[in-house]
Design a protein around this ligand. Structure first.
Ligand SMILES: CC(C)(COP(=O)(O)OP(=O)(O)OC[C@H]1O[C@@H](n2cnc3c(N)ncnc32)[C@H](O)[C@@H]1OP(=O)(O)O)[C@@H](O)C(=O)NCCC(=O)NCCS
Length: 218
């Protein structure tokens, strides 16, 4: 036997794929964002609609502005003739997880993907930023989310690694993000991934009336 050959899947293989999102993914992205808002106890500020997403995403070529990686899983190999394989902007990342048991996915029906047997399991949303002190662009990751039944299996790592790999590929200097201070699971996950906390920074934003007040300022 060839020593370099990957061992065949045992138990319940779970094929996973990270690919670029397309406009047809909007209903799934919308549901993922709302699940993330529930997780973060922020449902009351989550007003995103499918129309908002359709109007504001996919308006620029991928990686130049708002970009989404979709994480999909399947009990069978992904079809070789999937249109996602021929996307000139991104070759999907495919991995096989050897899970002891099949995953019991309560939302399987509503997250069914276009390809047969494929289910959407998570996403990462990111776009370029420009850390002035480095003089080089970076990527700001606005969201990373793996649906509950698929967590702790390495999929979060796969998504964050895909974003980091894209930053390296574009010669960008960093991936930057913000995490809620009570989200210990995510914090441990990020620290395991080698990310550094920036304790000297706090976050601000102008929004609502405070944003409107500046309309006539020069
Ligand atoms: C944070 C999140 C994306 C991580 O995804 P995940 O698929 O669960 O993480 P992974 O399985 O890839 O974990 C990667 C590594 O972190 C470790 N890890 C994951 N969760 C951990 C935890 N709670 N405590 C300690 N280590 C943890 C794993 O052991 C793994 O290490 P290994 O590869 O050496 O075994 C996912 O939990 C999630 O979507 N959470 C809800 C939304 C959220 O918090 N998003 C982030 C907002 S900023």
């Amino acid at each position: 036997m060839d020593a370099a050959a990957p061992s065949p899947p045992t138990g319940s293989p779970l094929f996973s794929r990270i690919r670029l999102a397309a406009p047809s993914d909007v209903p799934h992205i919308h549901k993922l964002i709302h699940q993330m808002a529930v997780f973060e106890n922020l449902s009351h500020v989550c007003s995103t609609t499918e129309s908002d997403l359709s109007a504001n995403l996919f308006t620029s070529p991928p990686f130049q502005s708002f970009t989404i990686f979709i994480l999909e899983v399947s009990p069978k190999p992904f079809p070789e003739n999937s249109p996602h394989n021929s996307n000139p902007n991104y070759i999907p990342v495919v991995r096989i997880l050897n899970s002891e048991h099949p995953v019991d996915d309560p939302d399987e029906e509503i997250f069914k993907s276009e390809d047969e047997n494929v289910v959407v399991a998570g996403f990462a949303l990111f776009f370029p930023n420009f850390p002035a002190y480095t003089g080089k662009p970076g990527l700001y990751m606005e969201a990373i989310f793996v649906r509950k039944c698929y967590r702790k299996k390495g999929f979060g790592k796969m998504l964050l690694s895909a974003v980091a790999k894209q930053a390296v590929k574009m010669n960008y200097c960093e991936v930057f993000w913000v995490v809620l201070n009570w989200n210990g699971n995510a914090i441990r996950f990020y620290e395991d991934m080698g990310a550094q906390i920036l304790p000297e920074r706090i976050i601000y934003r102008l929004t609502g009336d405070a944003l409107q007040l500046h309309e006539n300022d020069n």
